[in-house]
Design a protein around this ligand. Sequence first.
Ligand SMILES: [Fe+2]
Length: 316
Amino acid sequence: MLVLKGFHHLTLGVRHAQEDVDFYVKLLGQSLVKKTVLLDGEDPIYHLYYGNANGDPGTLVTSFPFRQRGVMARQGSGQVRVINYSVPTGSLEFWRSRFAAMNVPYDSEIVERFGERRQRFQHPCGIEFDLVETDLDPRPACVASDIPEAHAIRGVHSITLSLREVAESIRFMSEAIGFRNAGQAGSHYRFETYTGGPGTIVEFLHEPDRHQGSSIYGEGTVHHVAFAVDNVEQQEILKERMFALGYIDTSESVHRNYFRSMYFKMPGGVMFEATTTDIGFAIDEAPGHFGEEFQLPPWLAGRKDELLGRLEPISV
Ligand SMILES: [Fe+2]
């Protein structure tokens, strides 16, 4: 049974919209794939999607800039702690110079884990990212005028979860959602889908003494990680499998305009999502023009000027 196909997107609560755009687009060479809004109440918040120019699942990271609402999240265990992007082997020195030149906080030392060199750096809201060197990622490069293809990001390589306890979560990964164990290095455990490789890798970092993080949307944390499934039928198959094993912290399938989302909590407390790939970003902008205009779902379309007027202007 292969239901989950690797990453679809990650969703973060960040600080200000413009600094978030600058981080992904100017610094990392990602494309702004969609500019839309979260409206759960009266005050709109941007929902910004970044990824490769095609908006391919597995390259996508999305942001809610929560400073506008003044909601601070608390980092801790039971969360995605690190987002890891893949870059070609030999790229880290390029990125270290770039971080230094652009005043981005980054770790002084390059570390190696599972045979891959990695460089830690930080988003302006404090969320941790790694660049991981691999030559096993065939996805298109996210190039920019000042980022050559030989060093450019290919997409999300993996995620690192912070967990106080790992035993039941290890069981969950294989028995409930079909990942295979791909090794252990000290307190890091690695899992991947059966196809494996960059874009399909989940790591646990066992941190038994780390305080529990918050799980509601707020500034400074990764709220959830979404994995790709074909359609709603696949979500149902996954749900039935989880229910049969006693993993019942699962939502209904929710319509998110560009996909349908089913949320479920894994035993270590991290929010996972199964996201369908049967709709996509071309419903309101043609490929090649993703992210150019502010987009709203049909149920908010009549309020475009009003909602835009209540958001800080951003430039890409
Ligand atoms: Fe999501």
